[in-house]
Ligand binder design. Structure first.
Ligand code: IPE
Length: 254
């Protein structure tokens, strides 16, 4: 497969974090226009924002496997399906033809499904854009939330992506003192400045950094850009220099 770029659409970009079950249509539209300008193979993973996180929080679901309320699982799951349909439809409106897959058909039990890579590559060979999302996943009677950031890491490594672009509603990763860190090493550790965790039931920016460094340790460049600034997303998708944070992929440096 030719160059593959994975784009994580952060829930903080595509939804209104302050209003349950509210899409940020303007941002989603603009982001979709940016995506329509990408000329490489693209795979999209989107987050939960005020859809998934809202019910996950309400019913006490988290990243740890737990026996949880059936109502909570069902409501979190259907909220994510609903958001996925909206995202897929808006992309379609901008001429980005996506093939939506529930994450359970691609990943589970801590790994990528046996046919996962073949499935995704088959879709991309036909010129469509596979799209999946963070979700609530089953594991022998218990459930947990698998963040879109973790799915992005799993798929980036399995498919040997060329580049990964994480988008959120801020300009990149911030260290304490509200300092934007433009260049991050694959093993750099720093306290992340993220005052407003709001609804977040996954790991927020700290998980993002962790997953991103694991991706970069496998030789893949990882960009963090503001998804509310489409021109930055376009640049990052192309691998150009852009306002944001960058972790250069470095192989054999473990
Ligand atoms: C969370 O996915 C999915 C659910 C809460 C069901 P993410 O953790 O990737 O979502 P965002 O991008 O932070 O909103």
């Amino acid at each position: 497969l030719e160059k593959l770029v994975i784009l994580k659409m952060g829930g903080s970009v595509i939804t209104n974090k302050r209003i349950p079950m509210a899409v940020n249509l303007e941002a989603l539209d603009a982001l979709s226009v940016a995506v329509s300008q990408a000329s490489t193979n693209l795979l999209i993973v989107h987050g939960g924002g005020s859809f998934g996180h809202y019910y996950a929080k309400q019913f006490g679901l988290g990243t740890e496997l737990k026996a949880v309320s059936r109502e909570g699982v069902a409501k979190t799951r259907s909220a994510m399906l609903q958001l996925n349909i909206i995202v897929t439809k808006i992309l379609e409106k901008q001429g980005v033809y996506a093939y939506s897959l529930p994450p359970a058909s691609l990943v589970g039990f801590g790994r990528v499904a046996a046919h996962g890579a073949e499935l995704l590559e088959s879709i991309m060979e036909g010129g469509l854009v596979p799209i999946t999302y963070g979700d609530v996943l089953p594991n022998h009677g218990r459930y947990n939330i698998l963040s879109g950031d973790s799915i992005t890491r799993m798929l980036a490594l399995c498919l040997k992506a060329d580049r990964v672009v994480f988008t959120s509603d801020v300009d990149g990763l911030y260290a304490s003192g509200n300092k934007l860190v433009r260049s991050i090493g694959i093993r750099d550790k720093f306290a992340i400045d993220q005052p407003d965790r709001g609804l977040d039931v996954t790991g927020g920016m700290a998980l993002k950094l962790c997953e991103a460094q694991e991706i970069a340790r496998n030789g893949v460049d990882v960009y963090f850009v503001n998804g509310l600034k489409p021109e930055r997303v376009i640049k990052a998708l192309k691998g150009e220099i852009v306002e944001g944070s960058l972790i250069r992929g470095t192989r054999n440096a473990r």
